[in-house]
Design a protein around this ligand. Sequence first.
Ligand SMILES: C[S@@+](CC[C@H](N)C(=O)[O-])C[C@H]1O[C@@H](n2cnc3c(N)ncnc32)[C@H](O)[C@@H]1O
Length: 275
Amino acid sequence: MLRPPYSSYKRLYVYHLDLARIPQVNSPDLIGIWMEDRTAVLFFHTPQKELIENLCTRENSKLIYEADLDYQDWEAGQLISTFTENGLTVAPVWEDVPADIVLDPSVIFGSGFHPTTRACLQILLKYLKTPEIKIDSAIDLGTGTGLLSIAAAHFGVQSITAVDNNPLACQVAAKNCKLNKVDANVTVKEIDLRSDLPSTTGCNLVVANLYQGLLKQLIQTPDFWLADLYILSGFISSMEADLLAELPTEKIRFLERTRVDNWCIWVIANRNLAQ
Ligand SMILES: C[S@@+](CC[C@H](N)C(=O)[O-])C[C@H]1O[C@@H](n2cnc3c(N)ncnc32)[C@H](O)[C@@H]1O
Protein backbone atom coordinates (compact mmCIF):
# COMPACT_ATOMS: atom_id res chain seq x y z
CA MET A 1 0.00 0.00 0.00
CA LEU A 2 1.07 3.58 -0.44
CA ARG A 3 2.53 5.29 2.61
CA PRO A 4 4.43 8.60 2.71
CA PRO A 5 6.80 9.47 1.15
CA TYR A 6 5.32 7.39 -1.70
CA SER A 7 2.27 8.64 -3.57
CA SER A 8 2.33 6.27 -6.56
CA TYR A 9 3.95 3.04 -7.77
CA LYS A 10 6.78 3.19 -10.30
CA ARG A 11 9.09 0.19 -10.07
CA LEU A 12 8.42 -2.92 -7.99
CA TYR A 13 11.18 -4.97 -6.32
CA VAL A 14 9.82 -8.42 -5.54
CA TYR A 15 11.37 -11.10 -3.29
CA HIS A 16 9.80 -14.54 -2.95
CA LEU A 17 10.89 -16.43 0.18
CA ASP A 18 10.15 -19.93 1.45
CA LEU A 19 8.63 -18.55 4.62
CA ALA A 20 5.36 -19.83 6.03
CA ARG A 21 4.47 -16.85 8.22
CA ILE A 22 4.32 -13.10 7.66
CA PRO A 23 7.73 -11.69 8.65
CA GLN A 24 8.18 -8.47 10.60
CA VAL A 25 9.67 -5.92 8.18
CA ASN A 26 10.36 -2.35 9.21
CA SER A 27 11.06 -0.47 6.02
CA PRO A 28 9.36 2.68 4.73
CA ASP A 29 9.90 1.21 1.25
CA LEU A 30 7.76 -1.87 1.89
CA ILE A 31 4.59 -2.01 -0.23
CA GLY A 32 3.26 -5.20 1.29
CA ILE A 33 3.63 -8.94 1.72
CA TRP A 34 1.62 -11.69 0.03
CA MET A 35 1.36 -15.10 1.61
CA GLU A 36 0.95 -17.91 -0.92
CA ASP A 37 1.19 -21.65 -0.31
CA ARG A 38 3.50 -21.32 2.70
CA THR A 39 5.73 -18.80 0.92
CA ALA A 40 6.01 -15.03 1.32
CA VAL A 41 6.26 -12.52 -1.52
CA LEU A 42 7.61 -9.16 -0.42
CA PHE A 43 7.08 -6.06 -2.56
CA PHE A 44 9.20 -2.90 -2.18
CA HIS A 45 9.56 0.44 -3.95
CA THR A 46 13.38 0.13 -3.91
CA PRO A 47 15.98 -2.69 -4.08
CA GLN A 48 16.37 -4.45 -0.70
CA LYS A 49 19.15 -7.03 -1.10
CA GLU A 50 20.66 -6.46 2.35
CA LEU A 51 17.32 -6.42 4.17
CA ILE A 52 16.32 -9.68 2.44
CA GLU A 53 19.66 -11.34 3.26
CA ASN A 54 19.26 -10.37 6.93
CA LEU A 55 15.64 -11.54 6.92
CA CYS A 56 16.61 -14.91 5.42
CA THR A 57 19.29 -15.37 8.10
CA ARG A 58 16.94 -14.31 10.91
CA GLU A 59 14.04 -16.49 9.71
CA ASN A 60 16.16 -19.37 8.47
CA SER A 61 14.54 -19.00 5.08
CA LYS A 62 15.68 -19.04 1.43
CA LEU A 63 15.14 -16.64 -1.43
CA ILE A 64 13.24 -18.54 -4.14
CA TYR A 65 13.40 -15.77 -6.72
CA GLU A 66 13.69 -12.02 -7.02
CA ALA A 67 12.50 -9.71 -9.76
CA ASP A 68 12.05 -6.07 -10.50
CA LEU A 69 9.55 -4.67 -12.95
CA ASP A 70 7.56 -1.58 -13.81
CA TYR A 71 4.24 -1.25 -12.03
CA GLN A 72 2.55 -1.10 -15.44
CA ASP A 73 4.05 -4.49 -16.33
CA TRP A 74 2.75 -5.91 -13.03
CA GLU A 75 -0.66 -4.63 -14.12
CA ALA A 76 -0.43 -6.65 -17.36
CA GLY A 77 0.78 -3.62 -19.33
CA GLN A 78 -2.21 -1.50 -18.32
CA LEU A 79 -1.69 2.07 -17.25
CA ILE A 80 -3.83 2.38 -14.14
CA SER A 81 -5.76 5.62 -14.46
CA THR A 82 -9.18 7.14 -13.89
CA PHE A 83 -12.09 5.40 -15.61
CA THR A 84 -15.86 5.74 -15.63
CA GLU A 85 -18.20 2.77 -15.71
CA ASN A 86 -21.96 3.22 -15.90
CA GLY A 87 -21.67 6.77 -14.49
CA LEU A 88 -19.32 5.78 -11.66
CA THR A 89 -15.87 7.38 -11.80
CA VAL A 90 -13.01 5.47 -10.18
CA ALA A 91 -9.62 7.14 -9.77
CA PRO A 92 -6.31 5.82 -8.45
CA VAL A 93 -5.20 7.80 -5.39
CA TRP A 94 -2.35 9.42 -7.32
CA GLU A 95 -4.65 11.19 -9.80
CA ASP A 96 -6.06 14.38 -8.40
CA VAL A 97 -9.39 14.36 -10.25
CA PRO A 98 -13.05 14.44 -9.17
CA ALA A 99 -14.11 10.83 -8.60
CA ASP A 100 -16.84 8.81 -6.89
CA ILE A 101 -14.34 6.22 -5.70
CA VAL A 102 -10.61 6.60 -5.03
CA LEU A 103 -8.52 3.46 -4.97
CA ASP A 104 -5.05 2.41 -3.92
CA PRO A 105 -4.82 -0.75 -6.05
CA SER A 106 -1.41 -1.62 -4.60
CA VAL A 107 -0.25 -4.97 -6.04
CA ILE A 108 -3.69 -6.52 -5.61
CA PHE A 109 -6.19 -7.73 -8.23
CA GLY A 110 -9.07 -5.30 -8.72
CA SER A 111 -7.73 -2.04 -10.14
CA GLY A 112 -10.69 -2.07 -12.53
CA PHE A 113 -8.54 -2.78 -15.58
CA HIS A 114 -9.12 -6.52 -15.88
CA PRO A 115 -12.09 -7.46 -18.10
CA THR A 116 -13.69 -9.54 -15.31
CA THR A 117 -13.51 -6.75 -12.71
CA ARG A 118 -14.91 -4.27 -15.20
CA ALA A 119 -17.69 -6.60 -16.32
CA CYS A 120 -18.63 -7.45 -12.71
CA LEU A 121 -18.67 -3.73 -11.89
CA GLN A 122 -20.82 -2.94 -14.91
CA ILE A 123 -23.34 -5.65 -14.09
CA LEU A 124 -23.29 -4.84 -10.38
CA LEU A 125 -24.12 -1.20 -11.10
CA LYS A 126 -26.91 -2.22 -13.44
CA TYR A 127 -28.61 -4.33 -10.75
CA LEU A 128 -27.96 -1.77 -8.01
CA LYS A 129 -29.77 0.78 -10.18
CA THR A 130 -32.75 -1.54 -10.84
CA PRO A 131 -35.41 -0.35 -8.38
CA GLU A 132 -37.39 -3.62 -8.50
CA ILE A 133 -34.40 -5.52 -7.10
CA LYS A 134 -33.75 -4.86 -3.43
CA ILE A 135 -30.08 -5.19 -2.49
CA ASP A 136 -29.42 -4.31 1.15
CA SER A 137 -26.79 -6.93 1.85
CA ALA A 138 -23.98 -8.42 -0.19
CA ILE A 139 -21.02 -10.77 0.02
CA ASP A 140 -17.97 -10.14 -2.16
CA LEU A 141 -16.00 -13.39 -2.42
CA GLY A 142 -12.38 -12.72 -3.36
CA THR A 143 -12.64 -8.97 -2.88
CA GLY A 144 -9.09 -8.04 -3.96
CA THR A 145 -8.82 -4.24 -3.72
CA GLY A 146 -12.41 -4.06 -2.44
CA LEU A 147 -13.60 -2.14 -5.50
CA LEU A 148 -16.84 -4.09 -6.01
CA SER A 149 -17.76 -3.83 -2.32
CA ILE A 150 -17.04 -0.11 -2.27
CA ALA A 151 -19.16 0.40 -5.41
CA ALA A 152 -22.01 -1.52 -3.76
CA ALA A 153 -21.75 0.60 -0.61
CA HIS A 154 -21.60 3.75 -2.73
CA PHE A 155 -25.01 2.81 -4.16
CA GLY A 156 -26.52 2.27 -0.75
CA VAL A 157 -25.97 -1.39 0.08
CA GLN A 158 -25.99 -1.30 3.86
CA SER A 159 -24.12 -4.40 4.85
CA ILE A 160 -21.34 -5.99 2.83
CA THR A 161 -18.93 -8.76 3.77
CA ALA A 162 -15.75 -8.62 1.70
CA VAL A 163 -13.66 -11.79 1.86
CA ASP A 164 -10.15 -12.65 0.70
CA ASN A 165 -7.54 -15.17 1.80
CA ASN A 166 -4.62 -12.89 0.92
CA PRO A 167 -3.78 -10.83 4.03
CA LEU A 168 -2.44 -8.01 1.86
CA ALA A 169 -5.67 -7.92 -0.16
CA CYS A 170 -7.59 -7.62 3.12
CA GLN A 171 -5.36 -4.73 4.26
CA VAL A 172 -5.70 -2.98 0.90
CA ALA A 173 -9.48 -3.50 0.78
CA ALA A 174 -9.86 -2.20 4.35
CA LYS A 175 -7.73 0.84 3.52
CA ASN A 176 -9.79 1.53 0.39
CA CYS A 177 -13.04 1.21 2.34
CA LYS A 178 -11.76 3.77 4.83
CA LEU A 179 -10.56 6.10 2.07
CA ASN A 180 -14.06 6.03 0.61
CA LYS A 181 -15.78 6.33 4.00
CA VAL A 182 -17.69 3.06 3.60
CA ASP A 183 -15.86 1.15 6.34
CA ALA A 184 -19.02 1.22 8.47
CA ASN A 185 -20.83 -0.71 5.72
CA VAL A 186 -18.10 -3.08 4.55
CA THR A 187 -16.59 -5.70 6.84
CA VAL A 188 -13.38 -7.15 5.43
CA LYS A 189 -12.65 -10.71 6.53
CA GLU A 190 -9.59 -12.86 5.92
CA ILE A 191 -11.11 -16.22 5.05
CA ASP A 192 -9.89 -19.09 2.89
CA LEU A 193 -12.94 -20.07 0.87
CA ARG A 194 -11.46 -23.51 0.25
CA SER A 195 -12.30 -24.40 3.84
CA ASP A 196 -14.76 -21.76 5.05
CA LEU A 197 -17.75 -20.01 3.49
CA PRO A 198 -19.49 -17.00 5.07
CA SER A 199 -23.20 -17.63 5.52
CA THR A 200 -25.24 -16.64 2.47
CA THR A 201 -28.55 -17.05 4.31
CA GLY A 202 -30.80 -14.07 3.67
CA CYS A 203 -28.12 -12.26 1.70
CA ASN A 204 -29.41 -10.31 -1.31
CA LEU A 205 -26.30 -10.54 -3.49
CA VAL A 206 -23.17 -12.66 -3.82
CA VAL A 207 -20.40 -11.47 -6.13
CA ALA A 208 -17.67 -13.99 -6.82
CA ASN A 209 -14.93 -13.21 -9.31
CA LEU A 210 -12.72 -16.23 -8.59
CA TYR A 211 -10.79 -18.93 -10.39
CA GLN A 212 -12.62 -21.93 -11.87
CA GLY A 213 -11.58 -24.57 -9.32
CA LEU A 214 -12.79 -22.53 -6.38
CA LEU A 215 -16.00 -21.51 -8.14
CA LYS A 216 -16.70 -25.16 -8.86
CA GLN A 217 -16.25 -26.02 -5.20
CA LEU A 218 -18.60 -23.20 -4.16
CA ILE A 219 -21.20 -24.12 -6.78
CA GLN A 220 -21.18 -27.69 -5.43
CA THR A 221 -21.82 -26.43 -1.87
CA PRO A 222 -25.57 -26.32 -1.05
CA ASP A 223 -25.01 -23.50 1.50
CA PHE A 224 -23.66 -21.30 -1.27
CA TRP A 225 -27.14 -21.12 -2.80
CA LEU A 226 -29.04 -19.38 0.02
CA ALA A 227 -28.73 -15.83 -1.35
CA ASP A 228 -31.07 -14.09 -3.84
CA LEU A 229 -28.76 -13.04 -6.64
CA TYR A 230 -25.30 -14.07 -7.88
CA ILE A 231 -22.74 -12.40 -10.14
CA LEU A 232 -20.11 -15.02 -11.01
CA SER A 233 -16.98 -14.56 -13.11
CA GLY A 234 -13.30 -15.46 -13.39
CA PHE A 235 -13.56 -18.33 -15.90
CA ILE A 236 -13.16 -18.50 -19.67
CA SER A 237 -15.57 -20.01 -22.18
CA SER A 238 -13.78 -23.37 -22.40
CA MET A 239 -14.40 -23.82 -18.65
CA GLU A 240 -18.09 -22.98 -18.83
CA ALA A 241 -19.42 -26.48 -19.51
CA ASP A 242 -17.61 -27.89 -16.48
CA LEU A 243 -19.24 -25.31 -14.20
CA LEU A 244 -22.66 -25.49 -15.88
CA ALA A 245 -22.78 -29.20 -15.12
CA GLU A 246 -22.53 -28.46 -11.38
CA LEU A 247 -25.33 -25.87 -11.16
CA PRO A 248 -28.36 -26.84 -9.04
CA THR A 249 -30.76 -26.03 -11.87
CA GLU A 250 -33.84 -26.85 -9.81
CA LYS A 251 -32.98 -24.00 -7.39
CA ILE A 252 -31.76 -21.28 -9.72
CA ARG A 253 -32.34 -19.55 -13.05
CA PHE A 254 -30.04 -17.57 -15.31
CA LEU A 255 -30.71 -13.85 -15.69
CA GLU A 256 -27.68 -13.24 -17.90
CA ARG A 257 -24.82 -15.16 -19.52
CA THR A 258 -22.35 -12.87 -21.21
CA ARG A 259 -18.71 -12.82 -22.29
CA VAL A 260 -16.06 -10.12 -22.44
CA ASP A 261 -12.78 -10.99 -24.18
CA ASN A 262 -13.57 -14.69 -23.71
CA TRP A 263 -14.17 -14.19 -19.95
CA CYS A 264 -17.62 -15.34 -18.85
CA ILE A 265 -19.97 -13.49 -16.53
CA TRP A 266 -23.06 -15.16 -15.18
CA VAL A 267 -25.92 -13.52 -13.37
CA ILE A 268 -28.04 -16.09 -11.58
CA ALA A 269 -31.14 -15.67 -9.44
CA ASN A 270 -32.43 -17.98 -6.79
CA ARG A 271 -35.84 -19.25 -7.87
CA ASN A 272 -37.31 -17.76 -4.69
CA LEU A 273 -36.42 -14.26 -5.98
CA ALA A 274 -39.54 -12.58 -7.42
CA GLN A 275 -39.67 -12.90 -11.24
C1 LIG B 1 -9.84 -12.50 -9.75
S1 LIG B 1 -9.49 -11.70 -8.22
C2 LIG B 1 -10.96 -10.70 -8.05
C3 LIG B 1 -10.74 -9.44 -7.28
C4 LIG B 1 -11.91 -8.46 -7.31
N1 LIG B 1 -13.09 -9.02 -6.69
C5 LIG B 1 -12.22 -8.07 -8.73
O1 LIG B 1 -13.30 -8.43 -9.22
O2 LIG B 1 -11.39 -7.43 -9.36
C6 LIG B 1 -9.75 -13.04 -7.09
C7 LIG B 1 -9.50 -12.74 -5.64
O3 LIG B 1 -9.83 -13.90 -4.90
C8 LIG B 1 -8.87 -14.11 -3.89
N2 LIG B 1 -8.83 -15.55 -3.60
C9 LIG B 1 -8.21 -16.53 -4.30
N3 LIG B 1 -8.35 -17.70 -3.66
C10 LIG B 1 -9.07 -17.46 -2.55
C11 LIG B 1 -9.52 -18.29 -1.49
N4 LIG B 1 -9.24 -19.59 -1.44
N5 LIG B 1 -10.24 -17.72 -0.49
C12 LIG B 1 -10.52 -16.38 -0.51
N6 LIG B 1 -10.11 -15.56 -1.50
C13 LIG B 1 -9.40 -16.09 -2.50
C14 LIG B 1 -7.56 -13.60 -4.49
O4 LIG B 1 -6.65 -13.27 -3.46
C15 LIG B 1 -8.05 -12.40 -5.30
O5 LIG B 1 -7.98 -11.21 -4.56
